[in-house]
Design a protein around this ligand. Structure first.
Ligand code: NAI
Ligand SMILES: C[C@H](O)[C@@H]1OC(=O)[C@H](O)[C@@H]1O
Length: 285
């Protein structure tokens, strides 16, 4: 979570309640290297989904540049994971809410890796808060990071891909929250709907350049972003009970869908939205 908007609740470590295979384990041996030779950029990759995706892409053969805001140690761990996969990794510090950070991230990534084939817009915040007394600065910061940050980052990556002339794949971490609401997320859910809409419009704008744009819609994935919220055992158990597959998600659950959309396996997929939620969205009763 953005530390400037941290919830006053005590931080509680959440551990997964079910063993889940991690990329790199024996069960992944012998898989196809779907991203061999590709250069992948991921924003907000010092923790959570971004870090798992950055390392997962490297484990599928990509060199990876990560953006991160302030967590030097987390960024180092992400780079160590990329390098452990035998790929090149570079970490570039920057606040995605600053429009200038977008051009800088892309330029420095190109300098380090030689180009951009895949761009994953992942950075985001969700400082839970009630609607009626929502502070103005919480709304504007959430919009600036999640939506405007995505806009300028995607624009910078797209311009680089157009200049390279080889097409590309842009993937945005939207959310199940683009489709359904949340009592304490009135400032957040519109940003996730906005990111989904951004992928739909950029799919049209960039199709002529063979640049594909798709959105991933995670359900509830156990990360820093919801650690405090899910420290409430009753809420966590309720959220788990809504998932037909019987568990909340892990960051690694986002790797396969990201690699698919990044790879040539999805070369006729653009403007699409893929739920990755264990079935939570369709679970009415
Ligand atoms: N965890 C979940 O249940 C879900 C998460 N998502 C989305 O997935 C994305 C990743 O979130 P998680 O991994 O879950 O949480 P996380 O809190 O672990 O990761 C968010 C990352 O974004 C970075 N970040 C925040 N503000 C930034 C800024 N201004 N500039 C650069 N980086 C910044 C953080 O430092 C952090 O590394 C977010 O966009 C979130 O909205 C979507 C649906 C569900
Ligand atoms: C942070 C929340 O737990 C998470 O964020 C989302 O986008 C999901 O819908 C969950 O509410």
């Amino acid at each position: 979570m953005d530390s400037s908007l941290a919830s006053p609740k005590a931080a509680v470590t959440i551990t997964d309640n079910k063993a889940h295979p991690k990329p790199g384990g024996a069960e992944y041996e012998g898989r196809a290297m779907l991203l061999e030779g590709k250069k992948v950029l991921v924003t907000g990759a010092s923790t959570g989904i971004g870090r798992a995706v950055a390392i997962g892409c490297a484990q599928h053969g990509a060199d990876v540049a990560i953006n991160y805001r302030s967590d030097d140690a987390g960024a180092e761990e992400a780079i160590a994971g990329i390098e452990a996969a035998g790929r090149k990794g570079v970490a570039i510090k920057g606040d995605v809410a600053d429009p200038a950070a977008a051009g800088e991230f892309v330029a420095k990534s190109v300098e380090a890796l030689g180009g951009v084939d895949v761009f994953v817009n992942n950075a985001g915040i969700c400082p839970f808060h009630a609607f009626l007394d929502m502070p103005v600065e919480t709304v504007t910061r959430t919009m600036n990071v999640n939506l405007l940050g995505a806009y300028f980052m995607v624009q910078a990556a797209a311009n680089q891909m157009v200049a390279q002339g080889n097409g590309g794949s842009i993937i945005a971490m939207s959310s199940i929250s683009a489709l359904v609401g949340g009592e304490f997320q009135t400032h957040y859910t519109p940003t996730k709907a906005g990111v989904l809409s951004l992928m739909q419009s950029t799919a049209i704008a960039l199709g002529k350049h063979k640049i594909r744009c798709n959105a991933l819609l995670p359900g509830t994935i156990l990360t820093e972003i919801n650690k405090d919220d899910l420290a409430d055992t009753e809420k966590r158990e309720y959220m788990e009970s809504r998932v037909p597959l019987g568990r909340l998600g892990q960051p690694e659950d986002m790797v396969g869908p990201t690699v698919f959309l990044a790879s040539n396996l999805s070369e006729y997929v653009t403007g699409a939205a893929m739920l990755v939620d264990g079935g939570a969205f369709v679970n009415l009763q």
